[in-house]
Ligand binder design. Structure first.
Ligand SMILES: Cc1cc2nc3c(=O)[nH]c(=O)nc-3n(C[C@H](O)[C@H](O)[C@H](O)COP(=O)(O)OP(=O)(O)OC[C@H]3O[C@@H](n4cnc5c(N)ncnc54)[C@H](O)[C@@H]3O)c2cc1C
Length: 393
């Protein structure tokens, strides 16, 4: 089959838009296909960590994003089940941003278009076309019609439960960590001072981020054992949970509640013959540390470098694309490991209460953790003896 384009990117979220931008800038013909019309909302805490801000800068998209007046984010306040509170600030010079995903994702897709990528929205990819085991395009459904699009390389950027991953049999296992998230915007939330808040309860957690102009993102994450109640009426469940928390006395929900989960979707590898996976499609675990947008943007950079080399050499075999898989693992595996450690602590309220006390007594320890989850420092920076000693005192 003769390829109509160099690259088809399935999914126009941050990972897809960034990959398309990088490759279009290098002169490749790139088509982004997304099942939604934009602007579209996405269940998310809507916090862009400092390393993701730096990645937006490298992408050339930061001026566009800054023009939308995102709210600066200086760090995170964490409240343990017994009320113990600690605050970790991002290192000086690094700050995050809070911005509605409907806005951010539209801006990034517009940026990809500006770089020369074609964008096709409202078109759902339903299958990956293969020839001799190598991906050569996708089948899309647009309304009742389906048609085929071909390319030399397919990029799966279609998020959790990626159709590219499922069609190619790349799911490593079914989710083990089974949580549900409910997200909505509120007005009238008091006491937010330039930082995000995470309230951890024995039954789950509530994340709060000030989006500016009175709007606040509130995300509730609970265990799958609550799924029947959520399914009955997610808005009632969300509003009831917020009322019980006591944190939102004079606030009002201003839009619909979005629900999603579970999030634990590991993949076997992020490459196959003719295919690269970026962002959540390449594997996701848990939203607690808010690193997903960074990984989406960073994986796009790593993928574009390897895709460029493979396309130039005229071979997109999984062996030619394997350097991307290795680079991804090298960069993200330590952070994923830390996420598992954090989950082990957060899911044990008594342990979290004790640890929160240590972090509250030793602010440099809290700052070090927030620098790592902000992707500004490597996980190994937490292993300094002087910091570790504080964990046990
Ligand atoms: C509850 C929750 C809170 C989170 N909070 C944060 C946070 O505060 N900060 C942070 O950095 N990260 C956060 N994350 C993670 C973050 O949302 C993701 O990591 C990020 O969106 C990944 O970007 P992506 O481009 O890979 O996928 P997505 O943003 O999910 O984009 C995928 C795109 O693919 C499209 N698509 C899907 N299937 C198809 C198909 N078959 N055909 C065509 N198009 C398709 C979708 O419409 C979508 O536009 C959170 C995640 C959750 C679940």
């Amino acid at each position: 089959m003769a390829a109509e384009r160099d690259v088809i990117v399935v999914g126009g979220g941050p990972a897809g838009a960034a990959t398309a931008t990088h490759l279009a800038r290098r002169g490749y013909s790139v088509l982004v296909v997304d099942r939604e019309e934009f602007p579209r909302s996405k269940p998310c805490g809507e916090c862009v960590n400092p390393a993701a801000v730096a990645a937006l800068h490298r992408l050339g998209a930061l001026p566009r994003v800054a023009a939308a007046n995102p709210e600066p984010l200086g760090g995170w306040r964490i409240v343990a089940p017994n009320g113990t509170t600690f605050y970790g600030s991002f290192p000086s010079g690094g700050h995050g941003l809070a911005i509605p995903r409907a806005m951010l994702d539209s801006l990034l897709l517009e940026h990809a278009r500006g770089a020369g990528a074609e964008v096709y929205t409202g078109a759902r990819v339903v299958d990956v076309l293969t020839e001799n085991g190598c991906a050569v395009g996708v089948r899309i459904a647009h309304g009742a019609a389906t048609h085929q699009l071909t390319a030399r390389l397919v990029v799966g950027a279609d998020g959790l439960r990626s159709v590219v991953v499922r069609r190619l049999g790349l799911i490593r296992r079914r989710p083990r960590l089974r949580k549900i998230a409910l997200t909505a915007h509120l007005q009238g939330v008091e006491g937010l001072g330039g930082s995000g808040e995470l309230h951890v309860h024995p039954w789950g957690c509530i994340g709060i981020a000030d989006l500016g102009e009175g709007a606040v993102n509130v995300t509730v994450v609970v265990g799958e054992d609550e799924s029947a109640k959520v399914a009955r009426d997610k808005a009632e469940y969300f509003d009831g949970t917020l009322a019980r928390s006591g944190r939102f006395p004079r606030s009002e929900r201003v839009d619909d509640v979005l629900a999603t989960g579970p999030f634990d979707w590991p993949v076997r590898r992020a490459v196959a013959d003719g295919v690269l996976l970026v962002g959540d499609a390449a594997g996701y675990y848990d939203p607690f540390t808010g690193q997903g947008i960074f990984r989406a943007l960073r994986s796009a950079e790593l993928a574009a470098d390897v895709a460029d080399a493979a396309l130039r050499h005229g071979t997109v075999s999984s062996a030619a694309l394997a350097p991307y898989d290795r680079a991804r693992r090298r960069e993200f595996a330590p952070g994923m490991g830390l996420q598992h450690v954090i989950e082990a602590v957060v899911s044990r309220p008594t342990l979290l209460n004790v640890m929160a006390g240590r972090f509250a007594r030793h602010p440099p320890l809290a700052d070090a953790l927030i620098a790592v989850t902000g992707d500004l420092k490597p996980v190994t920076s937490l292993l300094q003896p002087r910091l570790l000693a504080r964990l046990f005192v």
